[in-house]
Design a protein around this ligand. Structure first.
Ligand code: HEC
Ligand code: HEC
Ligand code: HEC
Ligand code: HEC
Ligand code: HEC
Length: 240
């Protein structure tokens, strides 16, 4: 009996933070695992900036929605029917990174939400709006190289290591990650053509970015130009 209780508690704890021991079954469950309501409440300034950023609307962007639908609907010579799901999953891995732990059925469901959203289905859009590149994606799921993160841990630049309020609010540890300050952190999502995708499919989407990164990546970290303004950090991710 005692071990049952311990198991249940552990399961609960693990499914609360990242990584999860139990896979989410529905889009709502997945969104709940990445819920940022409380992050936004305590981090008001950052919330304001973040909400104006492209990351906050990474699944609301009509150009992305349309491109995804086209790739899913048509059958270009370059993609066999069997590869279509793989391609969808590749798109989602950066545009909806939350799907990492989702079973195939849920990934397919989210693909369908994207297609419906591109056709102006407002309830699909609403569901999808909960799944963006958000605080938990960057500070928990992607906080260490290769996603090798601890459960229930917030990674930050380190000025507030072991932050008490995170411990009290969620039981989360706050750990310093130098990786977060490197270009490598951004490049996971911001570099070149995804694996398994023919170059021809990326030319209009990510090739311009690729040139940009290849020029810049070895000089200054991305954060220097896209997150730092007048000596402080901004989450609006300006492009200027
Ligand atoms: C390796 C990560 C990654 C993968 C995989 C990926 N994308 Fe992107 N995509 C991005 C990033 C980052 C941006 C925004 C910055 C940029 O333009 O480079 C973007 C931008 C876009 C845009 C342009 C949006 C605009 O505002 O004009 C479209 C369209 C798009 N992606 C569609 C897709 C589709 C469709 C797939 C799957 C075939 C896909 N992406 C796969 C990371 C990725
Ligand atoms: C796209 C990834 C990304 C997203 C999304 C993101 N952050 Fe950050 N955040 C970073 C990076 C990278 C840094 C370190 C920037 C630096 O110091 O140059 C950072 C720094 C911080 C800091 C330290 C600020 C400081 O002044 O030193 C806090 C607090 C923070 N983020 C909270 C949040 C919250 C809350 C959200 C959601 C509203 C959020 N972040 C969303 C990547 C992200
Ligand atoms: C109960 C209030 C509270 C909540 C909820 C909260 N934070 Fe914080 N957080 C703080 C305080 C206070 C600090 C230290 C001062 C500051 O940076 O604002 C901090 C610091 C941080 C830092 C910087 C850590 C470092 O290394 O310097 C990050 C990153 C961060 N929070 C992310 C998050 C994320 C992501 C969430 C949601 C999962 C979240 N916070 C929820 C209060 C909160
Ligand atoms: C988990 C994946 C992911 C990570 C990590 C990430 N981004 Fe992004 N970023 C995206 C996606 C997806 C978009 C495109 C959203 C859209 O569809 O418009 C984007 C958009 C942007 C944009 C806006 C581009 C435009 O055309 O307006 C900037 C700037 C940006 N990211 C900078 C960064 C920087 C700097 C970092 C590292 C500190 C970073 N991103 C980390 C996925 C990511
Ligand atoms: C020296 C400053 C600087 C650095 C470092 C830098 N950028 Fe940029 N970035 C810019 C400027 C300026 C623009 C807008 C003009 C343009 O499109 O070239 C831009 C544009 C962008 C865009 C908008 C879409 C696009 O491709 O035009 C994205 C996304 C982006 N940068 C991401 C990144 C990432 C990721 C890194 C790190 C690998 C990075 N940047 C490093 C200055 C910089």
């Amino acid at each position: 009996m005692r071990s049952f209780i311990v198991c249940t508690i552990t399961l609960f704890l693990f499914s609360y933070g990242y990584a999860f021991s139990s896979a989410p079954a529905t889009a709502g469950e997945l969104a709940a695992q990445f819920d940022i309501t409380r992050c936004l409440k305590c981090h008001e300034e950052i919330a304001k900036e973040y909400e104006t950023s492209a990351h906050a609307v990474s699944t609301g962007n009509s150009r992305f929605l349309r491109a995804f639908r086209e790739i899913s609907g048509k059958e270009p010579d370059t993609i066999s029917a069997g590869n279509k799901k793989k391609v969808q999953k590749a798109c989602l891995s950066c545009h909806v990174p939350q799907i990492d732990t989702a079973p195939d059925g849920l990934t397919n469901y989210i693909s369908l939400l994207i297609i419906k959203s591109s056709l102006n289905d407002t309830s699909a859009q609403k569901e999808l709006a909960e799944l963006t590149v958000n605080c938990r994606v960057c500070h928990m799921m992607q906080g260490m190289p290769q996603g090798k993160v601890q459960p229930m841990t917030i990674y930050g630049p380190g000025s507030n290591e072991d932050e008490e309020s995170h411990k009290e609010e969620y039981g989360f540890d706050t750990v310093t990650s130098d990786y977060l300050l490197s270009s490598d952190f951004c490049i996971v999502c911001h570099d070149r053509c995804p694996p398994d995708l023919p170059e021809s499919m990326c030319s209009s989407l990510h090739a311009r970015a690729e040139r940009h990164y290849n020029v810049l990546r070895y000089r200054q970290p991305c954060q220097k130009c896209h997150m730092q303004e007048k000596g402080s950090v901004t989450h609006s991710f300006p492009v200027k």
